[in-house]
Each structure stands twice: as structure tokens, then as C-alpha cells.
Design a protein around this ligand. Structure first.
Ligand SMILES: *Cc1c(COP(=O)(O)O)cnc(C)c1O
Length: 382
């Protein structure tokens, strides 16, 4: 019944975890879910207010423009200027997205011919791989190894693959490893891309979720990046707006135009009222971000300290709301945590073979629940 490409989709591990979790809850277990990459914190009130006001105005009830409202694109450009010192032309270098997943899912259709290679990190956000498969491209997995600080080793990519590659996905701060980029790496990536005529798609969904004074850069501030790269960004993680579906693609105008052309054929843009709320988010007070980061940092510290006391050596991440921990067998470890302690974590292999041997904790539950999870793990190992 289904098309052949459906057979290439990986078994959706996350759906299976959801089933196992639901079964536990039905049997009366108080499950602590540290699996979901979705903030538990609410969207800040001033953003919700902006949506309500805009939703009441019938002028916002029509089909939106494809590229996004000019006022939204201008707000994005203003935010990029003040946050990253990157200057963007809102007319040609900014495109509204229904979340960054929308951009990631459609970009290969505009640039990848059947058989072309797409370079994607492993472990990595699963959509890099599936969007490539839908465009009938070949995925070349760039392993993210602890010994390389979870940055891909570009010199290890075979010349034949590099020559046949059209796109490279990168993502720092990184999901799931929580790694950040290091000085010189983005420059190296731009050189590699220009040498091999590869387009870079940098996924910057976590740029604002950072700790201990760390400030994540935009890929677009790298010299030469505007010639060959775009950045996918999103309000989802920054302002706790995952359900609202709004993000933006920014960068090279020809790449933006290609993505925009695909999108005009598959969707009809983001609800104007949501765009107005997003303008309120990007141009309004930013202390909500600082408060959220303080909350995640407290949770991170409770988890890292607790895991350390149990004998697990884990580095405290500088960014993202994830903790990436090495274990012997990730499926077995995750299954045992759920079965015997009622804790949901994500086995690393769900993010590609490069994630095997790790589990991911999401800091999207309260400090108290995280402490409770640590206590239950203590009962398990003792
Ligand atoms: C959450 C996430 C996204 C998608 O976010 P949207 O809600 O679609 O903006 C993209 N990339 C990574 C790495 C993520 O973790």
C-alpha cells in the first residue's frame, strides 16, 4: 500500500517509547518523563497577549503572505543585528517558517538531486536524514565523537562523497549531545563548503538556551558564510513556543529563494496573529529568556551532581536543555530506567547510529522531579 520510500524511514523509536510510557502510566506508575525536548515552562504572558489581540482582528484572518509579514521579517533582522551583529536584508535574506522543522524538512527538495549526498551529523535531529530520503538523496553520516568534542571531523569525509555532496547540516548548540562549537570550526566548515560547492544549513534552535555566561554565535557571523549558508532559527525553545509553529530561515538570498519556492507549493504561510505574537517576542523584553536559562541551569546542576554521586561522570553542558551521558548499552539502560524506576530517557541510538552508547536526559521537568529521578536511580544502582 505504501510507497517504497516509506520503507526507508527509520522505525520511529520515539513512538515506541511513548507506548511503553503510556503502558506504565496505565499500570499506575508515577512516570518522570525526561525524554521530551519540549519546554515545560509557559510562553511568556506578553506574547500570549499579543496573540489574543491579533486573533480578534479580522484583518489577520486571511491567508498570510508566503514569505512572512514584512514587519515580522524586519523584527527578525533587528533581532539578528542586536543579538549576533549580523545584518540581514528583510526583503531577501529572511523567510518565515512554520517552525525550523518546516525549513529543515523542505530544504533538500530545492537543492538535492536523486543520488546527491547530504552530510548530516550522527547523532542528530532525525529530520536531517528523513528530509534527505524524501528528496532521494544519500545521507552521509558525520559521526560526532566525544574525542572531537562532538564536532564532525571534516577531513575524514571521503573526497568522493564531498564532491557529490550538495548540503551539509550542522547544529550548535547541539541536540542531542549539548555540545557547543569551538573557535575555528565554523570557519573550517565555510572553507570546506566553498571548496566543494556545498550549501550549509545551520540549525540554531538552541542559541538562547545557554549557561554560565556562554553566548552561542550565529553561523552567519562567520566570514564567508553568507555566500554559502543559511541558518534555521525558531522561537520554539527560546520563548517556550513549540506549539505555535513559528521560526525563520536567514542567510544567503539564493538559498532562501529556493526554499521559499518549494514552500509556496506546499503551505500557505504562518497565521498573521502568530507572526504578530512573534514580533512581540523578538522586540519585547528579553528577561524571560534569562529566567528560563536560570531554571534550566538549576535543574542541570541537580542532575549532574546527582549523577556524579552515583558514579556517572557527566560534563555539565554550556547550552541546550539536554544532558548526554555515556552508558554501556543505551536501549537496555533506557528500558531498565523505565521498567524499574519509572523514568523516561531517550536512548541515543534514536538519533542515529552515532548516538549508540549514550542516553539523553531532557531538563524539561522541575528540580523536584529531577531530584526524585536521581533518588530512584540511586535505589536502582545500590
Ligand atoms: C526542537 C528542534 C527543532 C525544531 O524546532 P521547531 O519547533 O520546528 O522550530 C529543530 N532542530 C533541533 C535540533 C531541535 O531540537
Amino acid at each position: 500500500m505504501y510507497a517504497e520510500r516509506m520503507g526507508q524511514l527509520p522505525p520511529y523509536l520515539f513512538a515506541r517509547i511513548d507506548e511503553m510510557k503510556a503502558a506504565k502510566i496505565r499500570s499506575g506508575v508515577d512516570v518522570i518523563d525526561l525524554g521530551v525536548g519540549d519546554p515545560d515552562l509557559p510562553t511568556p504572558g506578553h506574547i500570549v497577549e499579543a496573540l489574543c489581540e491579533a486573533a480578534h482582528d479580522p484583518r489577520n484572518h486571511h491567508y498570510p503572505s508566503y514569505a512572512g509579514m514584512e514587519t515580522f521579517r524586519t523584527a527578525v533582522a533587528g533581532w539578528y543585528r542586536s543579538r549576533f551583529s549580523v545584518s540581514l536584508d528583510p526583503g531577501k535574506e529572511v523567510l518565515a517558517l512554520m517552525g525550523s522543522k518546516d525549513g529543515i524538512a523542505h530544504i533538500p527538495e530545492a537543492f538535492v538531486n536523486p543520488g546527491d549526498y547530504v552530510l548530516a551529523p550522527s547523532p542528530g535531529y532525525p529530520v536531517y536524514r528523513t528530509s534527505t530520503l524524501f528528496a532521494e538523496g544519500n545521507v552521509y553520516e558525520m559521526p560526532l565523537l566525544a574525542k572531537n568534542q562532538f564536532l564532525p571531523d571534516l577531513s575524514a569525509i571521503p573526497e568522493k562523497v564531498a564532491k557529490a555532496a550538495r548540503l551539509m547540516f550542522l547544529n550548535y548548540p547541539n541536540n542531542p549531545t549539548s555540545a557547543v562549537t569551538l573557535p575555528g570550526f565554523f570557519e573550517e566548515a565555510v572553507d570546506f563548503a566553498l571548496d566543494h560547492e556545498i550549501l550549509i544549513v545551520h540549525d540554531n534552535a538552541y542559541s538562547e538556551i545557554a549557561f554560565d555566561g556562554y553566548q552561542a554565535p550565529s553561523f552567519l557571523s562567520t566570514e564567508g558564510a553568507m555566500e554559502t549558508a543559511i541558518e534555521m532559527h525558531s522561537l520554539s525553545k527560546t520563548y517556550n513556543m513549540t506549539g505555535w509553529r513559528i521560526g525563520m530561515a536567514c542567510g544567503n538570498p539564493d538559498i532562501i529563494a529556493g526554499l521559499a519556492r518549494v514552500k509556496t507549493n506546499v503551505d500557505s504561510g504562518v497565521f498573521d496573529a502568530v507572526q504578530k505574537a512573534a514580533i512581540a517576542a523578538l522586540t519585547g523584553p528579553q528577561d524571560c529568556i534569562r529566567d528560563a536559562c536560570r531554571t534550566y541551569q538549576e535543574r542541570r546542576d541537580v542532575l549532574i551532581k546527582g549523577l556524579g554521586a552515583l558514579g556517572f561522570e557527566v560534563q555539565a553542558p554550556k547550552a541546550t536543555f539536554y544532558v548526554w551521558m555515556e552508558v554501556d548499552d543505551c536501549m537496555q539502560f533506557a528500558t531498565r530506567l523505565l521498567d524499574e524506576a519509572g523514568i523516561v530517557v531517550t536512548p541515543g541510538v534514536g538519533f542515529g547510529s552515532g548516538g549508540d552508547g549514550y542516553i539523553r536526559f531532557a531538563l524539561t521537568r522541575s528540580t523536584g522531579r529531577i531530584q526524585e529521578a536521581v533518588d530512584r536511580m540511586g535505589d536502582l544502582v545500590s
